[in-house]
Write a protein that binds this ligand. Structure first.
Ligand code: SF4
Length: 704
């Protein structure tokens, strides 16, 4: 209920949950407390609409579990003692230095998030690489977006989604892979639905489960988990065999067409249909619709990315759009729908991508440019690419990493194979957790806890799925003695002598101005030099690139057919399928699938506290097909024990035809649940885990 009468002032922000990037206003009352949230009518993304999470977002500032004072202890599991900031920061810096002196510079690691402001990511990157001197710094985006990053780089030479939401208004066909848009990104779905109502173009959804999105589709392809690459190769096979490709575009703008064609030749629909578990004529039908459309676009989320073939799957989607000439034109694109509100920010400004502004650590020129700009010695600046989040935990296990700094992420719920992660964290000599929430499960394994401010308590920008940079203004003070992450990074930087020759601006707008300078340069896609906080708010978000002197941003990348590769052409990739999942067997006969529900966000550190969200989705559950349930003697709402080779979890059964007989599904948000079971084999290119492709058995539970 929006209590308008209590609102004294409305303050502009962009939503802090998902990557849709809805513009909103938070109403603050006489006492300065947030009491309401409403959509912004002229918001470019959402034109006034919000989903259930956005509607109740103001409640976040009153939620329980917040940290209000730094905490310290000598040994994990002892009681924490409250301390002053100086003591906590001194201890953190001293322990990092002690461990680096003893074991080497790369004996420490930092895992960040997609939840901070972009200015904070940039500053953290500067502190980690310029002062601490390691590249073992990654974002939790490796759990959700790394395959998209890797696939974009391999195909186009650079990260960055080339399309935008406006493409829905122009496309003649949309194919979605492993994306449940109505629940994961409700306002993007609403945009798509409106466009479909106006122009009635076909929607094809590829997903092993009958998701809400699949229910709304014209064609649903319920493929066997992990076989997307086979399907994509088969679609390309039909398009090429029937001459539906855009040969002029291929000849002018693509490398390695013949190599790709040789591999695709092997994936005829008859062979592919057997592997994918679908009808071969349906593959031909879908290929003809896509190939004959004037413009066609593909979107995807975790069904593609969270796979041992995630990066290849993304490249195969890019292949499909390149051979049909569907990149950089209205309605023709490869659009990865990102997850967190600022997953893009961390990719752009220093975690996954290496160096700020999509510069690469491997390139000496890029390293020198950044070192010079920051005024640090280029020789101190480490050239070796660091460990990804999924490689950091095994490195702790093997003794290579001795100290870990976790910033606003909760691996003790989000990482696969949690029983192993739990033992791993106990091996660390030192761990610091910086998070707005004291009760996030990972905090239990830390020696130092630093209470950070959260969305609404600090200023900065976030980048959404369509590269739109938008402003999230502060509308309330952080509780107790918690501090904005930018302040924490700046204060910590002071503990390294080298910081005295560098600049660490205190205000987010000044950091943004510094980033603008670093975004300049010929041939760069990630230009933000024409933006300012003020202009961003006025325009309700601006899509990069926007160069100095330009009036607004850019809707689409690569419209001129020029890519970020050495010869300016996109790379068509020859991609063979290798079966390397943990597949169902006699002992573990069910595929385990996981995904999101609309009420919750990630590990529920935020949404698990909000009554209006939690009451609609209070507990984990398992979807099971009624025929499979009958065979096992399981009734609706029975509790069952799911067992994998890693661990077990008890959940309530929900009987539904959404899942086939050999599959069960669990929402991933809950602690001590799906990640007690998951294996998380890694994609070799992106190092992203295959959360969705492993096997379990089901046991009845007579008594809880
Ligand atoms: Fe926020 Fe995403 Fe909902 Fe929009 S769709 S209100 S960005 S959670």
């Amino acid at each position: 209920v929006i209590a308008d009468k209590k609102v004294k002032e409305w303050k502009y922000a962009v939503c802090g949950y998902c990557s849709t990037g809805c513009s909103l206003e938070v109403g603050v009352n006489e006492q300065g407390r947030p009491v309401a949230t409403r959509g912004v009518d002229d918001g470019k993304v959402n034109t006034g609409k919000l989903c259930i999470k956005g509607i109740f977002e103001h409640e976040l500032s009153e939620s329980s579990g917040r940290g209000v004072q730094p905490l310290m202890r000598d040994r994990i599991f002892d009681d924490y003692k409250p301390v002053e900031w100086d003591e906590a920061l001194d201890k953190t810096a001293a322990e990092f230095k002690r461990i680096q002196d003893k074991y080497g510079r790369d004996s420490v690691a930092i895992v960040s998030t997609g939840q901070l402001m972009t200015e904070e990511f940039y500053t953290l990157g500067k502190l980690v690489r310029g002062c601490i001197g390691t590249n073992n710094y990654d974002g939790n985006t490796t759990l959700c977006m790394a395959s998209a990053v890797s696939g974009y780089k391999r195909s186009f030479g650079s990260d960055g989604p080339p399309g935008c939401y406006d493409d829905f208004e122009h496309t003649d066909c949309l194919m979605a892979f492993g994306s449940n848009l109505p629940e994961q990104h409700p306002i993007i779905y609403w945009r798509l639905k409106e466009a479909m109502e106006k122009r009635d173009f076909p929607l094809i959804v590829v997903d092993p489960r009958v998701t809400m999105f699949a229910q709304f589709a014209d064609i649903h392809l319920p493929i066997t988990p992990g076989t997307d690459l086979v399907l994509l190769n088969a679609i390309a096979h039909v398009i090429l065999k029937e001459g539906l490709q855009d040969q002029d575009y291929i000849d002018a703008h693509c490398n390695d067409f013949e190599q790709m064609k040789d591999v695709v030749d092997k994936y005829d629909p008859t062979t592919a249909a057997k592997i994918c578990g679908i009808d071969e004529d349906m593959i031909r039908h879908v290929a003809r619709i896509y190939g004959r459309a004037n413009s066609a676009m593909s979107i995807w989320t975790m069904g593609i990315n969270q796979s041992t073939h995630g990066s290849d799957g993304v490249c195969a989607i890019n292949n499909l759009n390149l051979i049909t000439g569907n990149i950089g034109k209205p309605g023709g694109t490869s659009l990865s729908i990102t997850g967190q509100c600022n997953a893009m920010g961390t990719r752009e400004w220093s975690a996954c991508s290496g160096l700020p502004g999509y510069r690469m650590l491997e390139k000496e020129k890029d390293r020198k440019e950044v070192a010079e700009f920051w005024n640090v010695d280029a020789d101190f600046f480490p050239p070796k690419v660091g460990l990804k989040e999924t490689d950091i935990f095994p490195a702790i296990e093997s003794g290579q990493i001795k100290a870990l700094w976790i910033v606003a992420t909760n691996p003790m719920t989000s990482m696969p194979n949690l029983p192993r992660i739990r033992k791993t964290l106990e091996n660390l000599e030192f761990m610091v957790v910086q998070d707005g929430y004291r009760d996030a499960e990972t905090t239990e394994y830390a020696h130092v806890y630093l209470p950070g401010a959260v969305w609404g308590e600090k200023d900065g920008v976030l980048t959404n799925t369509e590269r739109r940079v938008n402003l999230a203004n502060k509308f309330v003070e952080p509780p107790g003695n918690s501090k904005p992450d930018l302040w924490i990074f700046n204060e910590l930087a002071k503990r390294w002598d080298v910081s005295q020759q560098m600049k660490f601006p205190a205000a987010a707008s000044d950091v943004f101005d510094e980033m603008k300078q670093l975004s300049k340069g010929d041939g760069r896609t990630l230009h933000i030099a024409g933006m300012s906080h003020k202009l961003i708010e006025q325009q309700r978000g601006i899509q990069w690139p926007m160069k100095e002197g330009e009036e607004t941003g850019t809707q689409r990348l690569y419209s001129d057919g020029h890519f970020q590769t050495p010869n300016g052409k996109a790379n068509l990739m020859a991609l063979d399928y290798i079966e390397n999942n943990e597949v169902p067997c006699e002992q573990f006969p069910f595929w385990m699938n996981s995904g999101r529900v609309v009420e919750h966000f990630h590990t529920r550190t935020k949404t698990g506290k909000l009554g209006n969200l939690n009451k609609y989705s209070p507990t984990p559950y398992m979807e099971i097909n009624p025929d499979a349930a009958e065979q096992l003697g399981i009734r609706s709402m029975d509790y069952v024990r799911l067992v994998s080779r890693r661990g077990d979890a008890v959940v309530m059964a929900q009987l539904t035809h959404r899942v086939p007989r050999n599959m069960v599904f669990i929402p991933f948000h809950f602690h001590d649940c799906v990640n007690h079971l998951s294996l998380g084999l890694l994609d070799p290119h992106s190092r992203q885990p295959a959360f969705k492709q492993f096997s379990v058995k089901i046991e009845k539970v007579d008594q809880l």
